[in-house]
Design a protein around this ligand. Structure first.
Ligand SMILES: *Cc1c(COP(=O)(O)O)cnc(C)c1O
Length: 462
């Protein structure tokens, strides 16, 4: 498979190159040149298969034979052996035809593990083969950091430096990062806020000499392999609920648009998806855009679903490329408008196309809490606030109650215990393997918000 940039001015790359590159040199995001497709018969053959085997079927057209089939199978097996459920991502039922897809059984209890566990093994495989070693630097406001750390901990091929704003991430989130003691993991608490952390990371990437010196890399959400790994669970869950003979709908709590975009790809690949509901919290740039055509960046508002407190939704550029029929010049134009004025407008015909695939809704904080309460009262399920945003949007937008509706459950309730306890009165317990999280020793260093000091720290710790 060849990969092309959404902005049309970067070289075509192979899968391995795209994996290691992340952002394209023209500022765009990489996408496969074509979508592989599956016939109804081919989808029917996946019925009853293990998650790992469906994962291989769905992803191998993007990856193989560049990575030999048997090697790729091995990486998939290793990646999902860390999940604490045999089904990897089991379905739970909350009502008639209403389901929750539990994506949080990975090592850090968030759906990002599904993609990052595989990404870690892919990185390690490719780097070891090439005899290379990378330095990953990232900034986190909580969730992504622990999933990124867990995907490379203990690997010889990578060092990871994760910056978090000192005193501004929750105790569970900080401890999930700082209690990882492998030597290649370096946690840094920056005296500043999340924006300061992000600015430091950006400055490192813009320092080309330093960047080359340490072979700097990122595992951020624009990496194609992350999107690819997320396509799989749309297939496994739809097939479990009757596809290809039956259509299935999905509601997806959305921030950077990676997760719901993976659902869009699954549909392009032949999976019979009826609706894709884009569920946002009050940081609603995506629901405003899909409903009104104007993509306009606003102020970020802190919510009880913090992993979706986002104003610039990077993966949305991939959808733009698709609805503009692969016109790189049009995408460059939109992105230039965004840079100049903080907004752009989607053409009428293109917006119509987006609306054929997506419905979108903004969910308020009160509605989010109400959804946690409703689901708990009707069946005793505890759901986290991100999942609750999805459930509310699913219930409001469900076109045909005969079509199963699956809300993606993106985090374990114990990751966001305060909101869950406030609404239900129950403090959600961490799973057994993490029950001692608060007894484990923490390891991190504190640095001031200073680029030179950070560079020195990185060089000293490599
Ligand atoms: C990252 C995240 C999301 C948003 O996913 P995107 O792919 O950025 O849309 C939703 N919920 C949780 C818990 C997350 O960590």
């Amino acid at each position: 498979m060849k990969y092309i940039s959404t902005r049309g001015e970067a070289p075509e790359l192979t899968f391995e190159e795209v994996l290691l590159t992340g952002l394209a040199r023209d500022g765009g995001l990489y996408l496969p040149e074509t979508w592989p497709t599956f016939s109804s018969d081919e989808i029917a053959e996946m019925q009853g298969m293990r998650y790992q085997d469906i994962a291989f079927k769905v992803m191998s057209p993007f990856v193989c034979p560049e990575i030999p089939e048997d090697d790729f199978k091995g990486l998939i097996e290793k990646a999902y052996s860390t999940f604490r459920h045999d089904a990897v991502v089991p379905l739970g039922q909350v009502d008639n035809n209403e389901w929750i897809l539990e994506l949080f059984h990975g090592p850090t209890l968030a759906f990002k593990d599904v993609a990052l566990q595989l990404l870690g093994h892919l990185f390690n495989y490719v780097l070891t083969k090439r005899g290379e070693k990378i330095t990953i630097v990232g900034a986190t406001s909580g969730d992504t950091g622990s999933a990124a750390i867990d995907c490379v901990r203990g690997r010889d091929s990578a060092n990871i430096f994760m910056l978090h704003p000192k005193g501004r991430v929750s105790d569970v989130q900080r401890r999930q990062m700082t209690t990882v003691i492998e030597g290649n993991v370096h946690n840094i608490a920056i005296e500043g806020d999340f924006d300061n952390c992000q600015a430091l990371v950006k400055a490192l990437f813009n320092d080309l000499e330093f960047r080359d010196q340490i072979n700097l890399s990122a595992v951020n959400s624009i990496n194609w392999a992350r999107v690819m790994a997320q396509i799989v669970y749309y297939f496994t869950s739809a097939i479990a609920l009757g596809a290809p003979d039956k259509k299935v709908s999905f509601s997806v709590p959305t921030g950077n648009f990676g997760d719901v975009y993976a659902g869009y790809i699954a549909k392009q690949m032949g999976l019979p998806i009826e609706q894709l509901v884009v569920a946002t919290n009050v940081n609603d740039i995506l629901s405003r855009t899909i409903n009104g055509g104007e993509y306009k960046v606003g102020e970020t508002i802190p919510t009880i679903s913090p992993s979706m407190d986002i104003q610039v939704s990077s993966n949305f550029e991939r959808l733009l490329f698709n609805i503009y029929d692969g016109d790189g010049a049009a995408i460059r134009n939109l992105m230039e408008n965004l840079k100049q004025s903080g907004q752009f407008n989607i053409g009428e015909a293109q917006l119509e196309k987006a609306k054929e695939s997506f419905v979108a809704m903004r969910v308020s904080e009160d509605e989010t809490k109400k959804a946690i309460a409703d689901v708990f009262e009707n069946g005793g399920h505890l759901i986290d606030p991100h999942t609750a945003v999805g459930v509310k949007a699913a219930r409001e937008n469900w076109a045909d109650k005969k079509t199963p509706m699956v809300t993606l459950s993106t985090a374990h309730p114990a990751k966001f215990p305060d909101a869950v306890k406030e609404v239900t009165g129950i403090h959600p317990e961490l799973p057994a393997h993490m029950a001692d999280l608060f007894d484990r020793e923490e390891k991190f260093d504190v640095l001031s918000n200073d680029l030179e000091q950070l560079k020195k720290y990185i060089l000293e710790n490599l």
